[in-house]
Design a protein around this ligand. Structure first.
Ligand code: ADP
Ligand code: MG
Length: 252
């Protein structure tokens, strides 16, 4: 059997902020339809690497490839069009809108050219695409579809954000700390949604504690002080002496 194709790759990327080298010569491959984790303590450089993959930061050195195409200098919007979408570490929904309208906004933003956006938005109430309907069911959002987004729980909001990223038909979804600020019950709800989506799309999850994602991801990269010190299956990586020494001490 052929090995799964590499879909997204950071190749020897380095990013400095003044004197600080936040990401040091990192190579990290993400394979088609896998669910992969990027773990490391706070300040390890995870979000910086994540931003290099999404186009929110341009590396000082190294390249980023998507399906073997060099995308190092492409803007985030251009990457979204290619099929790479993301959620933010802090929630990024419109609180004044209903849940369903946030989903529609996310859908139209991608599917309507910008010059037509106003026209599309004016049709928001009359056009409810099949896509949005199926999204409400897939993510269990139907029961809160007409609630104002500002009133739903943080867990529901996180699921809404993930569904807003997935409705763009992206091939790769990058999530930066999707469990931040959630209760244990809410984490379980988000985990269930992600498990449901595993292998339908490529999913990359940044998380500082391995315990949250160990049942979810197939492979992890472990970051310490800007470097990836190990990559592989979770059980293999946890046995790695460098991980035990440099990462494990930060787990409780
Ligand atoms: N825009 C920035 N300007 C200066 N320093 C930054 C910036 N972003 C991140 N850093 C620093 O880079 C290091 C890595 O940060 P980050 O990538 O956010 O880590 P993580 O997501 O693993 O917690 C930290 O020391 C952080 O303070
Ligand atoms: Mg971070």
């Amino acid at each position: 059997m052929d090995a799964p194709r590499v879909i997204l790759k950071a190749d020897a990327v380095t990013k400095k902020f003044g004197e600080l080298v936040a990401v040091k010569n990192v190579t990290f491959e993400i394979r088609e339809k896998e669910i992969v984790g990027l773990i490391g303590s706070n300040g390890a450089g995870k979000t910086t690497l994540f931003n290099i993959l999404t186009g929110n930061l341009i590396p000082d050195e190294g390249k980023v490839y998507y399906k073997a195409k060099d995308i190092t200098r492409l803007k985030p919007e251009q990457r979204v069009k290619l099929g790479i979408s993301r959620t933010f570490q802090l929630t990024s929904t419109f609180d004044e809108l209903k849940v369903i309208d946030n989903l529609k906004m996310a859908y139209y933003k991608i599917h309507c050219p910008s010059s037509l956006l106003n026209m599309c938005l004016s049709r928001l109430d009359s056009v409810v695409s099949e896509k949005i309907e199926s999204c409400l069911d897939t993510f269990g959002l139907r029961k809160i579809a007409n609630r104002r987004t500002g009133e739903i729980s943080l867990g529901e909001k996180r699921i809404l954000e993930i569904s807003m990223a997935l409705i763009t038909d992206s091939e790769v979804l990058l999530l930066d700390e999707p469990f931040a600020g959630l209760s244990e019950a809410e984490i379980d709800e988000v985990l269930a949604v992600l498990k449901e989506h595993a292998h339908k799309q490529t999913i990359v999850i940044v998380e500082h504690k391995i315990s949250k994602i160990r049942d979810l991801v197939e492979r992890v990269g472990v970051m310490v002080e800007g470097e990836i010190i190990a990559t592989g299956r979770i059980d293999e990586v946890l046995e790695d002496p460098r991980v035990r020494r440099d990462y494990w001490r930060v787990e409780e």
